[in-house]
Ligand binder design. Structure first.
Ligand SMILES: *Cc1c(COP(=O)(O)O)cnc(C)c1O
Length: 399
């Protein structure tokens, strides 16, 4: 089946249906869902419909008409995480969610925050900044050679001064999946809170915050969830009554000249102003995923990643940089004699979209593994086998 055939087929099976909803995948082989995926039509439609309505009646009335739908966005996201809508705050990015949770964790001089080898740069910067401001230390748990969190090392570093352990579920620069549940159990034994960065797992891996036993989780809309840019979310364990560092009139009510009352649910982490169209789009993305079924999506993503790794392994001069299973849908590799940037540009000229993960994004992991940058190919369920073969033959021709 050629790509042209695939795009002209009527949506009779799930792949044809999702491809029909994803116009971009007819024109390019899109392998960057770990960066910013192609949103399906219902997501874009939800956004455009709301933007048009705002032009007719103004943003306030348009939002008032969609109060129930906006509440449903959090219900859908909650279903994806195995939790209630009350434990979810909508944010404008995963970074905002991660930072806002960190800022709410009481930290003082001598307290410790543990991050991992594959920590994302923005998280590390925020932690270092807060640590500097309050006199807390920020330390990194060494990884195994693959970058995977070393549980024994974590165990050895934990003590009663550790307030927070950050775990990156799937890093941005390799197909690694970290052992979240095991790490959370160790952290909790010492009374530390656990914050999970699920940016690269939500939307491609089934998640359940109770099973994973994390206290908070941050995720973004635009990656594997296929939502709009400028969207993200924060899950906070309902029993955890942490106060946001900077609530506004959505997260709190001004009750007297010297006080305010924070709202009890996770809404306290939201700000009053937001991009309503984008949030409705995020809800449409969550519903789209729920309709497909997270397990089916996870299986499809896993299959595609393994197909790519096996194909790349067969190409002389190409090195796959992913660890042993369990793995995410991110496939990272290098090509002997061709810089990752050049690989990306030459593939782009052939209508194949991949991206490059640079050292600074995951500084410690790239340094530990002796890598400066890697090419990242991330195939979502809407990629066809023909797409993957087009990519592999393009890589074969690089050298
Ligand atoms: C993309 C990414 C983030 C940041 O997400 P934003 O929505 O851009 O803030 C955080 N962690 C990981 C692992 C990521 O890949």
């Amino acid at each position: 089946m050629t790509r042209a055939d695939a795009s002209s087929l009527r949506p009779t099976d799930p792949l044809d249906a999702v491809r029909a909803d994803t116009p971009g995948c007819r024109d390019v082989v899109f392998l960057d869902s770990a960066g910013s995926s192609l949103a399906p039509e219902p997501v874009v439609e939800a956004q455009i419909r709301h933007l048009r309505r705002e032009t007719e009646v103004g943003g306030y009335l348009a939002a008032a008409e969609r109060v129930d739908d906006l509440a449903a966005v959090k219900v859908s996201l909650g279903r994806l995480l195995g939790t209630t809508s009350e434990s979810i705050a909508l944010t404008d990015s995963a970074t905002r969610a991660w930072n806002d949770f960190l800022a709410a964790v009481p930290l003082g001089p001598g307290d410790r925050v543990l991050l991992s080898q594959v920590e994302y740069s923005s998280n590390a910067i925020a932690a270092l900044s807060r640590g500097r401001a309050v006199g807390a230390s920020v330390e990194f748990v060494p990884g195994e050679p693959s970058g995977r969190l070393d549980l024994a090392a974590l165990d050895a570093m934990l003590d009663e001064r550790v307030r927070l352990v950050s775990i990156v579920h799937a890093p941005t620069n390799s197909g690694l999946l970290n052992p979240v549940r095991e790490a959370a159990a160790l952290a909790h034994r010492h009374g530390a809170l656990v914050l999970l960065d699920a940016c690269q797992s939500m939307g491609q891996v089934a998640l359940d915050v109770h099973e994973l036993d994390v206290d908070a989780l941050s995720a973004t809309g635009r990656k594997w969830l296929r939502g709009p840019r400028g969207t993200g979310l924060l899950y906070v364990r309902p029993e955890l009554r942490l106060e946001p560092a900077a609530p506004d009139m959505r997260g709190a009510a001004w009750t007297a000249s010297d006080t305010y009352a924070t709202v009890p649910d996770a809404t306290r982490f939201e700000l009053w102003e937001s991009d309503i169209a984008a949030r409705l789009g995020l809800g449409a993305a969550a519903d789209y995923l729920l309709d497909l079924g997270v397990d089916a999506v996870a299986a499809a993503v896993g299959e595609r990643a393994e197909y790519l790794r096996a194909g790349l392994d067969d190409i002389p001069g190409v090195t796959v940089r992913d660890p042993a299973p369990p793995r995410s849908g991110i496939v990272s590799f290098t090509v002997d004699g061709v810089e990752p940037d050049a690989v990306r540009e030459r593939l782009r000229a052939l209508d194949v979209v991949v991206t490059v993960s640079v050292r600074g994004s995951t500084l410690l992991d790239m340094t530990a593994r002796g890598l400066d940058s890697v090419v990242r190919a991330s195939a979502h369920y809407f990629c066809s086998e023909a797409d993957l073969d087009t990519f592999l033959s393009a890589v074969r021709r690089l050298r």
